[in-house]
Design a protein around this ligand. Structure first.
Ligand code: ARG
Length: 589
C-alpha cells in the first residue's frame, strides 16, 4: 500500500498541475502544528519565485481545485502561503481497513531485494562481553530485522576477533602456569585431548592477567608475540589450544547473545579472512596500489576534497606482520567472493570511524570491491554512567554484560512487585522479558551515533518514553481483547473500523496509519530510533483513547466492535514494531 503521505502528495501535486504549476511543488509533509492540521504542503511558498506570484494566491488557486475532494476533510490556504490539510475520517478508516487485511500492515516489500551483510557484535575471543559490545549487538540486531522486514536478503555476521596478540598472550600465560601441558611439548606428535584445559571463567581470568603481566615484563610480551607468530604459521600445539579457546569462548558468547535475543547467521572470525591475504597483497602490489613507507606497506587514501587529514591505510607492518586493517580488507575480499553483497554495514563504536574510512577508501581504490557496493559505517556513541563517563562498575571496573542484565532484571522485578502479587517464578520470567525491553529500548530510542546515559531507574520506569511503558500498553490492549472475548464470546477476526468523529480515536487512527512510511524512513536512514519514536507516539495515542472511551462498557455494539478492530490493529502494529526492535511483550505484567 502507498503511504498516506504519498497518496496526499499525489493528490496535491495533481492540483498544482491542474492549475498550471509544476507538480513537484505538491510535496506534503506531516504537520509542524498538529494543533492546526494533520498534514501540510509548503510548495506554494517555493513556487512563488518561479511564477512571480504571491504565495497565498498560488495556495488559494490550488486549494480551489480540491474543494470537493473526498480524500480531505479540510484543505486551507493560510498566509503567507501554507496549505493545511486534514484527511477525511472515511478515507482514514478505509485506509486502516486495508492495512488490517494486509499481512504487513500496509508495508510493501521492495521489488528489488538487495544482499546486505551486517557486521555487528564484534566480540573478542577470551574476553568477556562488556557493555561496549552491547550497543553493537542491540543496534545491529535491529537493523538486521528492519532490513529483512523491508524485504532484503540480510546476512548478519558476528565477525569474531580471534586473531591478534591476545591469543599469543593467553597461550604464553598458560605455558607459564602449566608448562607440563602436552601442547607445549615440541616432540609430541600424537592426538591432542578433546577437553579444553580451562573453563570459561579461568579463560576470562587468564587474559587480563597476561595482559597486565606483559606490560611489566617485556620479555614475556616478546614471547607472546613470538607465540602469536607461530600460531599464525600453523604451530600444531598452539593451534590445538587456540581451537579450545575458540570453542570455550563461542559457547559462552552464544549463551550471552541468546539472553539478549540476538542471533547471527554467520559466526565468521578474523582468522577466516587470513587465507585471502597473500593473494590480496600480491595483487595490490602488482597493480601499484601500494608503496613502502618507513618499511611498511601502505595505500594512500587521501583525497583532494578532504577537510581533515586521512593517513595512508597500512596493509603490512615493517616486519611483514598483518594487522587489523589487513584483516578487514581481506574480509571484504571474502564477503565479495562468498556473497556478492550490494551493501556491507558495519555497526561499530564511532571511535573507529577514521579507521573504517581508510579501509573503505583502500578497498574502493584497489577495486577489491566494486564501486557499486556501498560500504557503510554505522558508528555508535558511548554508553555512559550518570557521571557522564563511560559506564563502569561501582569499583571502577568494566561492567560485564551479564551483570548489567541481571541488575536491570532485578530492578524491574522489584518495581513490578511494589503493587502486585505475582507468583515468584512467573514474576522472574516476566522481569526478564521486561528487563530486556528496558535495556534495548533505552539504547535504541537514542540516535545511534550519540552517547547516552544509562539510567537504570529511568529505563525501567513504567511511565514515559521507556520499553516497559510500551510493553505495558501492549499488555493493556491484550487484556482488553481477552476481556472482550470472555464477555461476548467473539474474537472479531474481521471487525470493521468505522470513523466515529471522536478526537482521540481519529488521532489513534492517524498514528496507526503512519506505520509503512515510518518503516521505510527508519530503514532509509538506518535509524531504529525513528521506529521507537513511532511506537511511543502510537502508545500515547492509544492510552489517551483508552482513558477517554470506555471500550468494554460501550453499549453501542457496532461502535464497540469497531473499536475492538482498531485496537487489535494497533496491537499488531506495536508487536511487529517491537519485534523489529528486538524484544517482545509478556502476556501480563
Ligand atoms: N572486535 C572489534 C572490537 O572489539 C570490533 C570488530 C568490528 N568489525 C570489523 N569488521 N572490524 O573493537
Amino acid at each position: 500500500m502507498k503511504s498516506i503521505l504519498n497518496i496526499i502528495t499525489e493528490e496535491i501535486s495533481g492540483a498544482f498541475e491542474a492549475k498550471g504549476y509544476d507538480r513537484s511543488y505538491g510535496k506534503v509533509t506531516l504537520s509542524n502544528r498538529p494543533d492546526l492540521c494533520q498534514y501540510q504542503c509548503n510548495g506554494a511558498l517555493a513556487a512563488a519565485k518561479e511564477y512571480k506570484k504571491a504565495p497565498i494566491m498560488i495556495a488559494e488557486d490550488v486549494v480551489s481545485s480540491l474543494k470537493d475532494n473526498k480524500l480531505f476533510n479540510k484543505v486551507e490556504a493560510i498566509k503567507p502561503g501554507f496549505i493545511n490539510i486534514d484527511v477525511s475520517n472515511d478515507f482514514l478508516a478505509d485506509y486502516l481497513n486495508d492495512m488490517n487485511k494486509d499481512e504487513k500492515h500496509g508495508f510493501e516489500e521492495v521489488d528489488n531485494p538487495k544482499t546486505i551483510v551486517i557486521d555487528y557484535g564484534g566480540p573478542n575471543v577470551a574476553k568477556p562481553l562488556h557493555v561496549g559490545h552491547l550497543r553493537s549487538a542491540v543496534i545491529g540486531e535491529s537493523l538486521k530485522r528492519l532490513a529483512r522486514f523491508v524485504g532484503h536478503e540480510v546476512i548478519g555476521d558476528v565477525h569474531l576477533g580471534d586473531w591478534g596478540l591476545q591469543m599469543g598472550l593467553i597461550i604464553t600465560e598458560l605455558k607459564k602456569r602449566q608448562p607440563e601441558l602436552v601442547y607445549f611439548d615440541e616432540e609430541y606428535d600424537g592426538e591432542y585431548p578433546e577437553e579444553a584445559p580451562f573453563t570459561i571463567s579461568e579463560l576470562e581470568e587468564i587474559y587480563p592477567a597476561a595482559n597486565e603481566y606483559s606490560k611489566e615484563n617485556p620479555e614475556f610480551k616478546e614471547e607472546a608475540k613470538q607465540t602469536t607468530f607461530l600460531l599464525q604459521n600453523g604451530h600444531r600445539g598452539y593451534t590445538a589450544l587456540w581451537n579450545h579457546i575458540l570453542n570455550v569462548s563461542i559457547a559462552d558468547l552464544k549463551r550471552n547473545y541468546d539472553n539478549l535475543d540476538v542471533s547471527f547467521d554467520l559466526w565468521k572470525k578474523e582468522s577466516d579472512a587470513q587465507k585471502y591475504i597473500p593473494d590480496m597483497v600480491k595483487y595490490m602490489k602488482e597493480n601499484n596500489y601500494t608503496r613502502i613507507s618507513d618499511g611498511a606497506l601502505v595505500i594512500d587514501v587521501k583525497e583532494e576534497t578532504d577537510t581533515r587529514e586521512i593517513p595512508p591505510c597500512m596493509v603490512l607492518k615493517s616486519d611483514g606482520a598483518t594487522l587489523y586493517n589487513t584483516t578487514d580488507l581481506a574480509t571484504i575480499v571474502e564477503r565479495e567472493k562468498l556473497f556478492d553483497p550490494d551493501r556491507i554495514i558495519y555497526v561499530v563504536d564511532k571511535r573507529q570511524e577514521l579507521y573504517f574510512e581508510q579501509v573503505f577508501r583502500a578497498a574502493k581504490k584497489t577495486k577489491i570491491i566494486g564501486d557499486d557496493v556501498e560500504l557503510i559505517f554505522q558508528g555508535f556513541g558511548t554508553m555512559n554512567g550518570k557521571d557522564g563517563k563511560p559506564f563502569k562498575t561501582r569499583d571502577g571496573g568494566v561492567m560485564r554484560l551479564e551483570y548489567l542484565i541481571e541488575s536491570i532484571n532485578e530492578e524491574v522485578y522489584s518495581k513490578m512487585m511494589e503493587n502486585r502479587t505475582i507468583p515468584e517464578e512467573e514474576a522472574r520470567e516476566i522481569a526478564k522479558i521486561v528487563g530486556l525491553a528496558a535495556l534495548k529500548y533505552g539504547d535504541l530510542s537514542n540516535q545511534a551515533s550519540k552517547d547516552y546515559i544509562f539510567d537504570i531507574d529511568r529505563f525501567t520506569s513504567f511511565e514515559g518514553n521507556t520499553g516497559p511503558y510500551i510493553l505495558y500498553t501492549i499488555v493493556r490492549i491484550k487484556s482488553i481483547l481477552k476481556n472482550y472475548e470472555k464477555i461476548t464470546g467473539s474474537s472479531l477476526k474481521n471487525g470493521v473500523i468505522r470513523p466515529y468523529d471522536i478526537e482521540s480515536q481519529i488521532n489513534l487512527m492517524l498514528e496507526a496509519s503512519k506505520f509503512n512510511e515510518t518503516i521505510a524512513n527508519a530503514y532509509e536512514e538506518l535509524a531504529p530510533h525513528k521506529l521507537c519514536k513511532y511506537v511511543y507516539d502510537l502508545s500515547n495515542a492509544f492510552n489517551t483513547f483508552y482513558h477517554e472511551n470506555k471500550i468494554i462498557a460501550e453499549e453501542d455494539k457496532e461502535k464497540q466492535e469497531s473499536w475492538i478492530a482498531l485496537i487489535k490493529l494497533v496491537l499488531e502494529i506495536l508487536e511487529t514494531s517491537i519485534n523489529i526492535l528486538g524484544f517482545k511483550a509478556p502476556e501480563r505484567m
